[in-house]
Write a protein that binds this ligand. Structure first.
Ligand code: MF3
Ligand code: CO
Length: 250
């Protein structure tokens, strides 16, 4: 599928989708406590999304059975919420959520600390989040996609962590996943030239150890191959002539 350039009407709808998603993440971040199950988090997230008249993007997407992906510790992404999976003090929990507002998607992820966490876990969360900001310094009409990818990788590796190779960011709009793919690592190709009106979900997934990942038997949950911790940070952004606008933050 070709890359789509959004009209000002479409951008307006994606701003609203992003605003609601930002609120959802803020509320989930405040609610997260030791003793909750990953199912409790999903349930609350779905309630918040629906309370704004939105549909959870992920529910039933290619058979995914929940609204929020809840990935704990060495789980990288796509953890399936479960009543028996209880989060504990010291865990790190990545929440990935998407909403559909009037046919337009927004997609964002945050990694939260549950109570007190190790210094290394804190640093992993901070470096992952900052790598997104290092990347979008290059988000501007006329630049090439690989400048974003390269900046993310460079920052992560300079901090001693690794960027997952098997999963990438993506274009977004009337579909959750649209062209182009947005890798978090440099490739030989320069990638596409960015144009104003492109909307992208940029989502570094960062491992404390090696970048290799495996898929679990549930066919969704992705874990680090070496069982090291992993963090995720994602926002939906709009490319403009001057730079970018982050749609899934307030
Ligand atoms: N942010 C993730 C992505 O871009 C969410 C998809 S999870 C799924 O792929 F459950 F919807 F597949
Ligand atoms: Co995404």
């Amino acid at each position: 599928m070709a890359v789509t350039i959004k009209s000002s009407r479409e951008i307006e709808l994606m701003r609203e989708a992003g605003r609601i998603l930002a609120i959802t993440h803020e509320e989930l971040g405040k609610a997260i406590k030791p003793g909750m199950s990953t199912y409790d988090i999903d349930h609350l997230g779905e309630e918040i999304i629906r309370s704004y008249g939105c549909i959870p993007s992920f529910l039933n997407y290619q058979g995914y059975p929940a609204s929020i992906c809840v990935s704990v510790n060495d789980e990288v992404v796509h953890g399936i919420p479960n009543k028996r999976r209880i989060i504990r003090e010291g865990d790190i929990v990545s929440l990935d959520a998407g909403v559909i507002y009037k046919g337009y998607h927004s997609d964002a992820a945050r990694t939260h600390a549950v109570g007190e966490i190790s210094k290394e876990a804190r640093r992993l969360i901070d470096v992952t989040r900052q790598s997104f900001y290092e990347g979008i310094k290059y988000a501007k009409a006329g630049n090439h996609l690989f400048e974003i990818s390269r900046a993310i990788q460079k920052y992560v590796e300079a901090n001693g962590f690794s960027v997952v190779r098997d999963l990438v960011g993506h274009g977004i709009g009337t579909n959750l996943h649209e062209a182009p793919e947005v890798p978090n690592f440099a490739q030989k190709r320069k990638g596409m030239k960015l144009r104003a009106g492109m909307t992208l979900a940029i989502e570094p997934m960062v491992n404390a150890g090696h970048y290799d990942v495996c898929w679990c038997d549930d066919e969704w949950t992705v874990v680090t191959a070496d069982e090291s911790l992993s963090a995720h940070y994602e926002n939906t952004i709009l490319i403009t002539e001057e730079g970018y606008e982050i749609l899934s933050l307030r």
